[in-house]
Design a binder for this molecule. Structure first.
Ligand SMILES: [Zn+2]
Length: 123
């Protein structure tokens, strides 16, 4: 599932340990062991007495980056693009409507001119 969660900078993956069915992981700071999964790792990181404030801050930054990187492929990008492109297209619709209104008054005359020029050109 994409990137490895940044919580694993603070835990060691032990893999399979005898006596346990699931792979195990260990806290680098206090050697606390648990079944290898992101949820219990995050939970322990919060309550671990040996994790310093600097590490909490570092992890918070890493988690932010992790979350934004994971979001990039989501729908988050699309609304920004559609609002940016909607303004010029709305403007061009107005311009087109104005042009259309002006030319429609003279359209018949222009059509006649155009038709006769083709007629003259062909014969
Ligand atoms: Zn710990």
């Amino acid at each position: 599932m994409g990137l490895l969660h940044p919580i694993w900078n603070y835990f060691e993956k032990l893999g399979h340990v005898t006596g346990f069915q699931q792979p195990r992981a260990k806290c680098f700071e206090c050697n606390y062991e648990f079944n290898e999964a992101t949820k219990p790792a995050k939970k322990h990181f919060k309550i671990c007495q040996l994790v310093s404030n600097n590490k909490y801050k570092e992890y918070a930054e890493l988690e932010k980056v992790y979350k934004t990187t994971n979001k990039k492929s989501d729908s988050n990008v699309e609304p920004i693009l559609s609002t940016a492109s909607s303004q010029p297209s709305r403007q061009s619709v107005i311009n087109f409507a104005m042009v259309d209104r002006i030319t429609s008054q003279e359209q018949k005359a222009l059509e006649l001119k155009f038709a006769s020029s083709i007629y003259l050109f062909c014969y």
